[in-house]
Write a protein that binds this ligand. Structure first.
Ligand code: ADP
Ligand code: MG
Ligand code: MG
Length: 936
């Protein structure tokens, strides 16, 4: 029984899901349209005479503006008029009343419809019926649902029946109207204690009273429909406490008020908040003459795309239902048929739709998503808009349309959403397989892509399993630097705790690893080596799969395949390079290079990461974090010896052990760079991070390096800081222990000498972190130059190098004119500049950023997208002051923001020379940089 009953709610879910899948595209500034509104003009006609056009979305809403535009290009649109968003603004500014002139303008609008259709509103011979449709600038879930067939009452329904000779049709319209109007205008909706929509309950009851079973709506007889109307009206009377309005004008004014009222309902408010849509925009209302898809088997309604929005194929894509009205197609009452079927069933209408499809693309020069109705074989257009699309489809559309000369290459670049591009690089789950798999938990989508593997709960065991050739998924409560090897070995990383800036997420992005983090439902038991989730217990070695694009966790193994783009670029897979996806991607990147002003470098710590980034088009390293070089294998022991050393001599001895390791690392990186520059940041984190924290670990280390455990403990205590982020770190380390910087500089220059002798150009750019005072930089520069002199003399080479600084504390930015006197370059460390500029620790911000987002204190997470007005000002000041001292000062940015499209647009505007980001972000950054240059 529930089948019929569920229908309306399914309809609502589906239609709102359909709307939700097209989130509003935010426009930078809420500009008024090119053709300004005439004062006091509240109603814009479309049809035989059309007042508006497609550019007037702010005033007419997206739907209204495009209806007008379609009329202008001669497409078959039922006539109508749009009540402007200004009326919405007026309505809320004036205690929910209308401008005095509105009613008369609406009357003129209705008169124009009457004149064009030959029907009359409320007429007893040939009644005009209209739809009332909401329409904000962008389609917005939460707004009032459309009302169809408005103008019907007990008299006009008879007229419609007589006029059309189709009583069933007339009564079907009437019962639909009473139902829709009762629901959305009169608020007759499901109560909290009810399982079903009340109107659906009435339909269900009637079917059972009369047929003792569920039958399709299309099987209801005229008499059934008449009875339904009676029962619906009784329901309205009971629930709303008033009679259903019978006067068409009362109906119309009620519907218009409901549309404006819905602008401030909870659903709409929540949606606007989420997508940053200003309340001031308001909604328009469209009143349009009805055309009927429910007159019988020569009618129908449908939704279509001019091309396939999932994969980009140039094919007519969509669905339709015969003998259906409005949103029946998306409501799931009956299963719609693919639009191609129309070719057989209504060849003429199909040919017309094909023609319209061509016209739409030629005119709008983009893929359109449109709604149509066929009345007795004649096609009518009811809506069009730019279709939402996957990254894959966006790429193909843009390349194809440029080839077809619909758009130029710069427009093609702009058509690819930068923040979606990494979808193309991610490994993918086999679609058929994933449909069969079971979702057991959800978390944050931290590293896009799909990964399956046998789970391991610690790094060592993960590495051992991977070495044996197993596919491994590392599952941790959270990760730390010690897990790095395990993370590298794993196909994917799943954590129970931590946000998108957690260690796991950061590393995943840098390495292009699939990662789901903060999946709270995942219970990790390190002792028992089990993972409990969704009532299931997984042991080490059991299979799980994660979708890092959607943040989903699956039980078992789901088959994946690497993206053709990664396979082609990084693995040199010839077959992959021949695919269309790969070739399209290469074309896009070529255009990006041609358009961009800023270059893109990478944040990389290893030759492999460097090589990957270069394959993706990076032209150098913007940040090598040398601390990673102190962690691996035995190095950490030498590092710890250095920290525990009590004399300069002992410290130098320990550093001497580290030197060959670092030199080797730099050799690898310089070779991989093959002549591109490398910005190398000297040791930055506080030393306590390198020492074991627990007593057991300390005892273990004591045994290993022959130092008393108490001394280790004492040193750990001694290094304890109340606020390590602002403590003994950055250049403060190199100033306190110049021998550390000297060792690092020597390692860089010795490596440079080796690689240069092998015939490869080397361009090291040594970067001193956390500088706030010119003198800090000067002291470190002396150490670097000294090492350079020594190495050049020893190895008899001439080395080309720069020494610059990171601008990452406000004082550094504010005194950039002084600092530029010594620095060859600045690189903005926007992670710390945000932390110090906002006085907000990134790692501690999780506890309040949620509340801040809800209260809209900051527009976006400032650690993901740069806070332009605050931190951005520090950047602008430093750029201006730095260049005043040194006009050719090289400027870059190496914070996480370097891979964020919106931030990149800002960096382009303030005139930086390059951005730097993690290797797998490079294509995104190249696209964003190119788009910024094109838009400027
Ligand atoms: P939404 O914004 O939810 O898509 P619409 O205003 O586009 O709502 O209306 C939904 C559907 O109602 C349309 O796709 C169309 O099928 C139908 N519809 C709206 N106006 C008319 C009309 N004047 N004649 C026939 N059908 C209409
Ligand atoms: Mg629509
Ligand atoms: Mg920093």
């Amino acid at each position: 029984m529930a089948k019929q009953m569920k229908r309306t709610s399914a309809a609502k879910v589906k239609s709102s899901a359909r709307k939700a899948s097209r989130p509003a595209v935010r426009k930078a500034a809420p500009k008024r349209s090119a053709s300004p509104a005439k004062a006091g003009k509240y109603v814009y006609n479309f049809g035989r005479k059309t007042d508006g056009d497609g550019t007037m979305k702010p005033l007419l809403g997206g739907k209204g503006a495009n209806l007008a535009e379609m009329c202008r290009i001669g497409l078959p649109v039922p006539p109508g008029f749009t009540i402007t968003t200004d009326v919405c603004t007026y309505y809320y500014a004036n205690k929910r009343t209308y401008p005095a002139a509105l009613k008369a303008q609406m009357q003129a609008g209705v008169a124009a419809l009457e004149q064009q259709t030959g029907k009359k509103f409320g007429d007893l011979k040939n009644p005009l019926l209209v739809s009332v449709r909401s329409g904000a600038r962008d389609s917005m879930p939460g707004m009032m649902d459309t009302i169809l067939n408005l103008g019907l009452n007990d008299q006009t329904v008879g007229a419609l029946s007589t006029k059309t000779g189709n009583a069933r049709f007339a009564w079907d319209c009437y019962r639909r109207f009473v139902q829709m109007y009762g629901d959305v205008v009169l608020g007759v909706q499901k109560r909290p204690d009810e399982d079903h929509e009340p109107f659906e309950t009435v339909i269900h009851q009637l079917k059972h009273d009369r047929y003792h079973q569920d039958i399709e709506d299309t099987k209801l007889t005229v008499d059934d429909l008449k009875e339904l109307v009676v029962r619906f009206k009784a329901l309205v009377k009971e629930r709303a406490g008033k009679d259903f309005p019978s006067s068409p004008w009362d109906q119309l004014m009620g519907a218009v008020g409901a549309v404006f009222g819905s602008w401030m309902n909870d659903r709409a408010i929540v949606y606007r908040r989420k997508y940053n849509i200003p309340t001031e925009w308001g909604t328009a209302v469209n009143v349009q003459a009805m055309v009927y898809g429910n007159t019988g088997d020569t009618s129908g309604s449908g939704v279509a795309f001019t091309r396939n929005p999932a994969n980009g194929a140039k094919e007519f894509y969509g669905e339709f239902l015969i003998n259906a009205q409005g949103e029946d197609v998306v409501a799931g009452v009956r299963t719609p048929e693919p639009v191609a079927e129309l070719k057989k069933q209504m060849p003429k209408a199909y040919a017309e739709l094909e023609r319209i499809r061509q016209t739409l693309e030629k005119h709008f020069k983009d893929v359109q998503d449109f709604e149509f109705t066929i009345e007795d074989g004649i096609v009518y257009m009811l809506q069009t808009r730019n279709g939402k699309r996957t990254a894959m489809a966006a790429l193909k559309f843009s390349i194809d349309m440029e080839k077809e000369r619909l758009i130029d290459w710069k427009t093609a670049v702009l058509r690819n959403p930068a923040d979606q591009l990494d979808q193309l690089l991610a490994p993918v789950f086999d679609t058929a397989e994933v449909a069969k798999a079971k979702v057991i938990a959800t978390g944050l989508p931290a590293g896009p892509g799909a990964a399956s593997g046998q789970i391991y709960l610690n790094a060592d065991r993960a590495v051992t399993a991977a070495d044996k050739g197993n596919q491994v998924l590392l599952v941790r409560i959270e990760t730390s630097p010690e897990d790095l090897r395990g993370m590298i070995a794993a196909e994917g990383i799943l954590t129970a705790r931590g946000g998108v800036t957690s260690h796991a997420a950061l590393v995943a992005r840098q390495m292009g690893k699939v990662c789901v983090c903060g999946a709270a439902a995942v219970e990790v038991d390190y002792q028992a080596r089990t993972v409990k989730v969704g009532g299931q217990t997984f042991k080490e070695g059991d299979w799980m799969s994660i979708d890092g694009t959607a943040g989903k966790v699956y039980a078992g193994k789901v088959k994946t395949a690497p993206s053709e783009i990664v396979a082609g670029l990084v693995e040199g897979d010839e077959a992959a390079r021949k695919t269309e996806k790969f070739r399209n991607f290469q074309q896009l990147m070529k255009w990006c290079s041609a358009a961009t002003r800023m270059s893109v470098r990478t944040n990389a710590d290893t030759p492999e990461q460097t090589a990957n980034a270069i394959a993706f088009g990076a032209v150098g390293i913007g940040l090598t974090r040398t601390e990673h070089m102190f962690f691996e294998g035995d190095r950490i022991d030498a590092m710890r010896e250095m920290i525990l050393a009590e004399t300069l001599e002992a410290r130098k001895a320990a550093l001497a052990k580290l030197l060959p390791y670092q030199r080797e690392d730099f050799v690898g990186i310089f070779k991989a760079l093959n002549g591109y520059p490398a910005t190398i940041r000297f040791l930055d984190p506080p030393l306590h991070e390198f020492l074991p924290q627990t007593r057991e670990q300390q005892a273990e280390l004591a045994k290993k390096i022959g130092v008393p455990a108490d001394r280790i403990h004492a040193r750990v205590e001694g290094l304890h800081e109340f606020n390590p982020m602002l403590g003994f770190r950055g250049c403060r380390l190199g100033i306190g222990y110049p021998e550390i910087s000297a060792m690092q500089a020597r390692a860089v220059f010795e490596a440079a000498a080796i690689v240069q002798k092998s015939g490869v150009k080397v361009r090291p750019e040594i970067m001193i972190p956390l500088v706030g005072f010119k003198k800090e930089l000067d002291l470190q520069i002396d150490v670097v130059h000294q090492a350079a002199r020594e190495v050049q003399a020893e190895k008899k080479v001439k080395l080309n190098y720069l020494v610059g600084t990171m601008i990452e504390v406000p004082r550094g930015a504010l005194t950039a004119d002084e600092i530029a006197g010594s620095a060859d370059f600045f690189s903005f460390g926007t992670n710390d500049l945000t932390q110090t500029g906002l006085g907000m620790s990134r790692d501690d911000s999780g506890s309040f950023l949620g509340t801040y987002a809800e209260l809209e204190i900051m527009p976006k997470n400032p650690f993901a997208t740069i806070d332009q007005t605050g931190v951005g000002q520090l950047v602008e000041i430093a750029v201006a002051k730095g260049r005043r001292t040194k006009p050719d000062l090289k400027l870059g940015i190496c914070g996480e923001h370097g891979g964020d499209p919106q931030s990149i647009q800002f960096f382009n505007r303030v005139g930086l020379d390059y951005v730097s980001c993690s290797p797998f972000r490079v294509p995104v950054a190249r696209l964003a940089a190119a788009q910024a240059a094109i838009r400027q």
